[in-house]
Structure formats: C-alpha cells, structure tokens
Design a protein around this ligand. Structure first.
Ligand SMILES: NC(=O)c1ccc[n+]([C@@H]2O[C@H](COP(=O)([O-])OP(=O)(O)OC[C@H]3O[C@@H](n4cnc5c(N)ncnc54)[C@H](O)[C@@H]3O)[C@@H](O)[C@H]2O)c1
Length: 376
C-alpha cells in the first residue's frame, strides 16, 4: 500500500537511504529534520532526494511537528541524538530530543484529528545492554542469563568479560532475541527504551500499528563523517585516511553486529506494511558477531590504510562487551540482511573516497569523556 510517509530525521544517514527507497516504492515522502550541526556541520548543504518534500524543523517543537503531520498516513520516527558516550554527560539534551520529541508526536496524534495508521520507530540494540549469555557452570542445559553491567572498577582492572550473575564464572555470549531482558547501560539506551514504551503504549491506545525496529550497528555510504560521537566505521575511516593511529578500546575482542544501511532501509520499508503474522518488535542486524579488531583491519585494508589498528585497553563507561542479534523475525519480515560485511565495507570505502577528508575529532570526543571520568 502506498502512503504519505513522514520521516523524522529523514535527512540523516538511515533516513536518506529510506527516503530514496520509499519514493521508488511509490510512497509520498515528507522529511522533517533540523539539520543538527553535530551531524550536518555548521553550514549544511543538504538536498532532499528528488520528489521528497523537506521541512526544516525540530521534533520537540509542537508547531513544526503539527505542520509536518498534515495529511500523513505513516510516520517513521528516526530523529534522535545518537552518541552513547556523549549521552552520559548531555543527559538533558538526549532526553529532550529522544523522549520529549516522541512524546510531542503522540500528544499531537492523541489530541487532534489525524490519518496516521502506522508508526515505525528506529530503536536500538542498546536497549538490551549486555544482552544474553549462557553460563556452562550454572546451566549446562544452556539456560540464558543476564550479567550485570561491567562496573568502572572492573573495567579499570581490564576485566573485560561479563560474569555469571549467580556463580561469577565466565559466561558465553549468544545471539540476543527480542524477548531477552532489557537493561539499558547508557542514557542513550534508556532514552531509546523510553521511546519504545511511548510508541507501544500510545499506538495501542490510538489504534495505530506500532513497529519497533531494533537496529544493530548500522554502517554504509552517507554516514556522517563529521560526527565524532557515533559511527565507528566513519570515525575509523577518517583516521585511516589521515594516516593516524587506529586505537581500539579494551582488547579488541568485543563484538558487534554490523548491518549495511540498505538492509536497514529495506526493513523499515517492510515495516510500513507489516504482515499480521509478524511481531511488532524486530531485531535488525546481520545476525553475525564481528570483533572490533576484525572490522578495523578489514576497513583499513579496504581503504589501503598504512596503520595497523592497535588495542589501547582504554574503555568507556556504559559500553557493552558483546551484542549480536537473533534475526529470525527479520528473516520473516524481509528475508534477512543481503549485503555481506565485506561487500558493505567495499561500498562504504568507495563512497568515503569521494568525500573530502574531515578533521579528526575523535581525540576531542574522548577528552570530553575523560574529563568527566567516563573513560579510562
Ligand atoms: N546508525 C546506527 O548505527 C543506529 C543504530 C541503532 C539505532 N539507530 C537509530 O536510528 C535513527 C537514525 O539514526 P542515523 O544513524 O540515521 O542518525 P543520524 O544522526 O545520521 O540522523 C539523525 C537525523 O535526525 C536529525 N535530528 C536530530 N535531532 C533532531 C531534532 N530535534 N529534530 C529534528 N531532527 C533532528 C539530525 O539532523 C539527523 O539528520 C536514530 O533514532 C538512532 O537512534 C541508529
């Protein structure tokens, strides 16, 4: 079914890919985005995809959001502050944009006439925190357990691996399912979980279809090269191009699930027309765990970098050790991710090579954390 779709944050990384795909699928697309300087730079040169309507505005502004919702039949809510580390000291800002922005959206829908039949939320795997593990000592039969977040003291002793919450022995990470425990470890993650709750509670009350998509680590062409607070591959690409060292936190063996942005945009598009047999909360990942060291090496080799990544044993408070997705529900929705990590990195590297090299701001971002005792 073709609809008039509002994409909040639609000028961003994921929103831009989605807008193009939605237009190609015959949807009418409106984008509401404030072109945040942290992401777009002080002097943004954003041009919306041909055929999309662009409104520059803020999701926390009732007037901007009311105007943007006029005639809209489905909302994809992507506008957000997205830096995990930064969220730990810009708490009010993260809650204002992520939580208050979502509250304003539903306040408008609850109090006025509207035609919105579906809301798709771009949520995050961060809502799980550490995700699911198995303790072979306590549970040889493989029952899942949920380690507590690693403490600053534990990290300071370079004890990177979470331990069993019952016996304290080392545990093995497993793919995280949508029904696993939710345990945000950062302010960003807490704000994404609050968004999820607002979407579910209000959609139920309003008779609107909710779809909550929990993205893993999204990468690909168009990810902001200006934002030093998020997007590990974008940050690394700049350092590789500048010939700077490639510092890897902890021991480099921490894992993430990398999914190419085109696969994410496909999942959102499918979420606009969900089938009744599919659940409303869906992990969006590749289903594969990749160590940070491995992805850094792959990116450096693909970009022709000359500097080897090296582990620093540094860490950030609020970071998790492992997380990758159980993608059974995503397979039902879209057939699953199609772009391999290698292919995605090739595409990303080819795009990066066409972009001006931005200044490297990683050390500045790390200094902000260190100054507040949030990085060791
Ligand atoms: N990229 C990832 O790896 C990832 C992973 C998990 C979840 N997500 C979620 O996906 C969504 C999109 O992420 P992205 O990677 O495209 O981020 P992005 O930073 O590239 O895009 C976000 C967009 O939102 C806009 N924005 C920020 N504050 C706004 C406000 N107050 N009003 C209007 N617009 C505002 C920004 O200008 C930007 O264009 C976010 O909600 C994020 O939490 C992303």
């Amino acid at each position: 079914m073709q609809r008039t779709v509002l994409i909040t944050g639609g000028a961003g990384f994921i929103g831009t890919h989605l807008a193009r795909l939605a237009l190609a699928a015959g949807h009418r697309v409106r984008i509401l985005d404030n072109l945040s300087p942290q992401i777009h730079g002080a002097d943004p040169d954003y041009r919306p995809p041909a055929g999309a309507e662009f409104m520059r505005g803020d999701v926390v502004s009732r007037a901007d959001l009311t105007a943007a919702l006029d005639g809209v039949e489905a909302v994809v809510h992507l506008a957000a502050e997205t830096g995990t580390g930064q969220s730990m000291y810009e708490i009010e800002r993260y809650y204002r944009v992520n939580v208050q922005g979502t509250a304003v959206l539903f306040d408008i829908l609850a109090n006025g006439p509207h035609q919105v039949g579906a809301v798709v939320l771009g949520s995050s795997r961060s809502v799980y925190g550490e995700g699911a593990y198995i303790c072979n000592v306590c549970s040889p039969e493989g029952r899942r357990c949920y380690p507590e977040p690693r403490t600053p003291e534990q990290l300071a002793q370079n004890r990177w691996s979470p331990s069993c919450p019952v016996c304290g022995e080392p545990v093995d990470a497993v793919a995280t399912c949508e029904g696993d425990r939710l345990s945000p470890a950062s302010v960003y993650a807490a704000s994404k979980l609050a968004q999820e709750d607002l979407v579910r509670v209000n959609c139920r009350a309003l008779g609107v279809q909710p779809v909550v998509l929990r993205f893993q680590n999204v990468f690909g062409e168009g990810q902001s090269l200006k934002n030093p607070y998020t997007g590990i591959l974008s940050i690394f690409s700049t350092r590789i191009r500048l010939g700077l060292s490639l510092p890897i936190f902890e021991d480099g063996e921490e894992t993430r699930d990398f999914i190419h942005v085109e696969d994410v945009a496909q999942a959102i598009l499918a979420g606009l027309n969900p089938r009744p047999d599919i659940k409303d909360t869906i992990n969006v990942g590749s289903g594969e765990a990749t160590t940070i060291m491995a992805v850094a090496r792959l990116l450096s080799a693909t970009l022709g970098g000359t500097v080897e990544p090296h582990v620093t044993a540094q860490y950030r408070v609020g970071d998790i050790r492992h997380n990758w997705a159980d993608v059974a529900r995503l397979r039902q929705l879209t057939g699953g991710a199609r772009i391999s990590l290698e292919e995605g990195i090739r595409r990303f590297a080819a795009w990066v090579a066409t972009q001006p090299i931005p200044p490297d701001l990683l050390e500045q971002a790390n200094a902000e954390l260190k100054a507040r005792g949030l990085m060791g």
